[in-house]
Design a protein around this ligand. Structure first.
Ligand code: CMP
Length: 146
């Protein structure tokens, strides 16, 4: 495994998209977008696990809604690699947090319904990408992606 964290980001296909049968569609968009999948698994977070993942948002008014939703069903967690900066490339492919503001051609424009249930998550920085990948994946679960 290389240690070029700048080329890695973390993503989630959220419970609304998994429940709605969009997992394959989102993964197609990821592959067509030129990402290599370095880690991928289906999980169902407990409320405590969702609260730990989103701890940075614990003072926000939507924290309860967010963590209840994220623990409401299975989701797919992903470690994604892309040369030249995976964090920005994945955020560009996802589109704006609020799908009503997302550009045409983005995943959220195509698959998301609301700001709370917005189909996908992506890290906002290289530092958080490394922390978020480590929250969900052991080293053995990450491959070189060739
Ligand atoms: P995500 O990228 O997973 O990171 C934090 C999440 O909080 C965000 O996507 C949204 O789904 C959610 N979020 C942000 N703003 C709101 C809001 N006003 N109401 C409900 N959820 C929100």
């Amino acid at each position: 495994m290389t240690e070029q964290t700048g080329n890695l980001t973390f993503g989630i296909i959220k419970p609304d998209a998994v429940r709605g049968g969009k997992t394959g569609g989102v993964i197609s968009r990821i592959i067509d977008g030129g990402f290599k999948i370095r880690g991928m698994k289906l999980i169902h977070m407990t409320l405590a696990e969702a609260q730990g993942f989103y701890a940075v948002h614990r003072e926000r008014p939507f924290f309860g809604e967010l963590t209840t939703f994220m623990s409401s069903g299975p989701c797919v967690v992903l470690a994604l690699e892309k040369e030249g900066g995976a964090v920005k490339a994945w955020r560009d492919l996802m589109g704006a947090t609020d799908p009503s503001k997302a550009d045409a051609g983005t995943i959220r424009k195509e698959f998301a319904n609301s700001i709370g249930e917005n189909a996908v998550h992506g890290s906002d920085s290289e530092e958080n990408a490394a922390l978020e990948i480590a929250y969900f994946f052991s080293r053995l679960e990450l491959v070189n992606g060739e």
